[in-house]
Write a protein that binds this ligand. Structure first.
Ligand code: GLC
Ligand code: CA
Length: 549
């Protein structure tokens, strides 16, 4: 298998608005990140992925960009950005930026031009259509509004927006648009950045003729949200191929596509070797399980993906990001066994095949925030979902209960640095409330405690650097049908590791697989020892073990 730095990496996601504020305005910034580089280095992070930090009206927290080659003033200056990049490189770390090119902000000069008249040279940068009998051109719903179309009086036409109406979709059929995208990519790559996380990149190719969705309406206004129709359309691969030829093949960089509705079959078209149009993709088949989540399904999906991709294309592993709630609250136990279960999850994240992504605060076992009122939410998506739920007859309490399970704001609350006011995030008023648990769960405390979640992550990150088996080792699963345990081996040359975890808060036992004969030597675990007797491993609540054999 070909070896690349990005296969060996551990990628740490910085949601900068919530990472560290340096000037008391309540919003994280570049100087704040600069002041925390020691922290990241100590943790052992090798790559940073920075959420979009370009000038933006911030309708969708930076995913609505009005200038692709600038730095948001609340974040800092280009000079500070250059310092960040060189400081990271000096410490042997790399930087991956967010590339958000399915849509721009409606304040982007291209769109301002585009909407001004039908014969403006930028008209065709976006997707404009006439209405149908006084209604939008088709029945598409958007992620954040009922209809995916917005009527624009100036020219009596509608424009397409798969997200907020302030996020008009670019028209990728126009070669000029694609050239602009390539130019933006080169701008940052020539500065020396190390790659891109590509926002909703498998949505850029729209289906031919923009046909109506056949799905029943999903909004009260009668629009249908149809990710199937929006994603992975024929011709997308040609766009990727062009991007690779024109730009990516000329740099030693990594890319990770954010690809909703991707299956292993589609993924292989994007990451398949040797063409490797993208280095890897994020699939959402696990997080999309939501209320239907079971560990059996989790295991089945991991199996399906690994069997399909192993040796053919690289995978990614993540348990959360800025669009998902906190993983310990979703998959673990954020009460009594918070630390234990957070470490168990970390073990899976770092030993299942693929490059692990750690989201800020995950290394502390940060958990969901008990929001009690809609006014405490910031996310445009939360507000839209809340209104839709009320419109469909849910009570405010019921709607809040749903948001409290899945809101994106759970991961966006400020980083918990220490037990001082506002968790050490800001001296001002934080833009989003701080999780009240910060006095108990914070970095300062955990860095001093050798048994903390933080130190467990640190150990995992260090292991990945020393043991290629963790990256390139063959993966073999045992006890696939059991829902209470996850047992597998990773093997590479002389290195053979067993990973065994208890997925529940109840003790259980595992008979060691036949392949594992001889003694087990504990590499890491969330208990101080191994409880092994006559070939039977007892796993205490949420126990995770990595052992060499
Ligand atoms: C991606 C981002 C999300 C954003 C959306 C629209 O899913 O991760 O935060 O709202 O794209 O750009
Ligand atoms: Ca600030």
């Amino acid at each position: 298998m070909e070896r690349f730095w990005w296969k060996e990496a551990v990628i740490y996601q910085i949601y900068w608005r919530s990472f560290q504020d340096s000037n008391g305005d309540g919003v994280g910034d570049l100087k704040g990140i600069l002041s925390r580089l020691d922290y990241l280095e100590k943790l052992g992070v090798t790559v940073i992925w920075l959420n979009p930090c370009y000038p933006s009206p911030q309708v969708d927290n930076g995913y609505d960009i009005s200038d692709y080659c600038g730095i948001a003033p609340e974040f800092g200056t280009m000079e500070e950005f250059d310092t960040l990049l060189s400081e990271l490189h000096a410490r042997g770390m790399k930087l991956v930026m967010d590339l958000v090119v399915n849509h721009t902000s409606d304040q982007h000069p291209w769109f301002v031009q585009s909407r001004s008249s039908k014969d403006n040279p930028y008209r065709d940068y976006y997707i404009w259509r006439k209405g149908k009998d006084g209604a939008p051109p088709n029945n598409w719903g958007s992620h954040f509004t009922p209809s995916a179309w917005e009527y624009d009086e100036a020219t009596d036409e509608y424009y397409l927006h798969l997200f907020a109406k302030e996020q008009p979709d670019l028209n990728w059929e126009n070669p000029k648009v694609r050239r602009e995208v390539h130019k933006i990519m080169r701008f940052w790559l020539d500065k020396g950045i190390d790659g891109f996380r590509m926002d909703v990149i498998n949505l850029v190719k729209k289906p031919e003729g923009l046909p109506d969705s056949k799905l029943p309406p999903s909004t009260k206004e009668g629009f249908s949200f149809d990710n199937e129709l929006y994603a992975n359309n024929p011709g997308l691969v040609e766009f990727f191929r062009e991007m690779k030829e024109e730009v990516l093949s000329r740099y030693d960089v990594m890319t990770v596509g954010e690809t909703a509705r991707v299956t292993p079959e589609y993924a292989l078209q994007y990451v398949g070797e040797p063409e490797r149009l993208l280095s890897m993709v994020f699939h959402f088949q696990i997080v999309d399980l939501r209320d239907n989540f079971t560990w059996g399904k989790f295991k089945a999906l991991q199996r399906k993906w690994t069997n399909a991709l192993w040796g053919k294309g690289w995978a990614s592993q993540f348990l959360q990001n800025h669009d998902q709630p906190r993983c310990v609250s979703v998959y673990g136990d954020d009460g009594k066994y918070r630390e234990k279960s957070a470490k168990m999850l970390a073990t899976l994240l770092h030993t299942l095949p693929g490059t692990p992504y750690v989201y800020q605060g995950e290394e502390l076992g940060m958990c969901n925030t008990p929001f009690t009122d809609i006014s405490q939410y910031n996310d445009i998506n939360a507000k839209f979902d809340y209104d839709e739920m009320l419109a469909k007859g849910k009570s405010p309490e019921q709607a809040l209960a749903v948001l409290n399970r899945y809101s994106r704001d759970h991961s966006r609350t400020p980083m918990q640095w220490d037990e001082s006011a506002n968790a050490g995030f800001t001296t001002g008023k934080p833009w989003l409330m701080v999780n009240p648990k910060y006095t108990e769960i914070n970095a300062a405390r955990q860095m001093q405690d050798e048994n903390s979640v933080w130190n467990y992550y640190r150990a995992l990150l260090a292991l990945r650097k020393e043991h290629p088996v963790m990256v390139y080792g063959e993966w073999t699963e045992y006890e696939p049908e059991r829902e209470d345990v996850y047992v597998y081996t990773r093997t590479l040359d002389d290195e053979r590791w067993l990973v065994a975890v208890n997925l529940t808060g109840t003790p259980t036992q595992v008979t060691l697989p036949g392949a594992v004969n001889g003694t087990l030597k504990r590499v890491l675990g969330n208990e101080a020892d191994l409880s092994l007797k006559d070939g039977v491993l007892t796993l205490r609540p949420w126990e995770a073990v990595i052992a060499a054999f």
